[in-house]
Design a protein around this ligand. Structure first.
Ligand SMILES: NC(=O)c1ccc[n+]([C@@H]2O[C@H](COP(=O)([O-])OP(=O)(O)OC[C@H]3O[C@@H](n4cnc5c(N)ncnc54)[C@H](OP(=O)(O)O)[C@@H]3O)[C@@H](O)[C@H]2O)c1
Length: 232
């Protein structure tokens, strides 16, 4: 599906799913704003992505309100409007509520749960102006349970947020899509053994572009993309 040229803001887009989505959108002629916390990771992405005239990179913590508000404002100042926002920034502390380290949990909960709410709050007025779209990156972990898994609970929150934001957004002419990836081979896994069936980020990037390219009036609500062979 082809779509007319759009301005798309993606949080956490310096590696993995966000970076692949940004690259796909750039290669297809869109304007893209990417964020991340780590400045050198951001610079590395900007250096290799090309299309510098249609790409803006900003260091910003998705868990921070002022940083999020500033990213949205700077996007609109730089490119003139906002057609879509993708709440992608997220990570897994990797340990269990049973025997893990509670000090690691706050940044994960703030990024994964508060982050999409902050982005929605900042972006919705601009998306209303363009008849735009909000995309939340959830997870299969937000549809299924596993033992004492706080990361999974943050993604259950994303599942809920997508539906309650849809109820708020649809009368305002904004579409809301929840994209739930299964196991994807990215730095998310921090060098852990990723099973051979894990997908590359490319099909998730394609699914996000598919959601963004829906015709006016179509609200595509949920896409779940697992690798074949994923047992849960
Ligand atoms: N990989 C999987 O199997 C999988 C499965 C289901 C869902 N997901 C979800 O997909 C999303 C993307 O993950 P990924 O697999 O692409 O992982 P990734 O390669 O580790 O990418 C995460 C990106 O988010 C950024 N980030 C993390 N915390 C941030 C924060 N507080 N503020 C701004 N940027 C932040 C990271 O850069 P900095 O560290 O520099 O900030 C990086 O650019 C996440 O929401 C994840 O939960 C992943």
């Amino acid at each position: 599906m082809t779509m007319t040229s759009k301005t798309v803001l993606i949080t956490g887009a310096t590696s993995g799913i966000g970076a692949h989505t940004a690259q796909l959108l750039l290669d297809r002629g869109h304007r893209v704003v990417v964020t991340g916390r780590n400045e050198s990771k951001l610079k590395a992405f900007l250096d290799q992505a090309g299309h510098a005239d249609r790409l803006l990179g900003l260091v910003a913590d998705a868990a921070d309100w002022q940083a999020t508000e500033s990213v949205v404002t700077r996007t609109v100042e730089h490119f003139g409007a906002l057609d879509a926002a993708v709440a992608n920034a997220g990570f897994m502390s990797g340990d269990s509520i049973g025997d893990g380290d509670p000090a690691l949990w706050s940044p994960m909960v703030l990024t994964n749960v508060l982050g999409p709410a902050l982005l929605a709050h900042a972006a919705l007025p601009h998306l209303e102006a363009t008849g735009g779209r909000l995309v939340l990156i959830g997870s299969v972990a937000g549809l299924k349970n596993s033992p004492a898994n706080l990361y999974s609970a943050t993604k259950w929150a994303t599942t809920g947020l997508a539906e309650n934001l849809r109820l708020h957004a649809t009368p305002r002419g904004i579409g809301v899509t929840l994209v739930n990836p299964g196991m994807i081979d990215t730095p998310f896994w921090q060098g852990a053994d990723v099973p051979p069936f894990a997908l590359s980020p490319q099909p998730i990037a394609e699914a996000i572009c598919f959601a963004l390219g829906q015709p006016a009036g179509v609200d595509l609500n949920t896409l779940t993309i697992r690798p074949i062979g994923q047992p849960a």
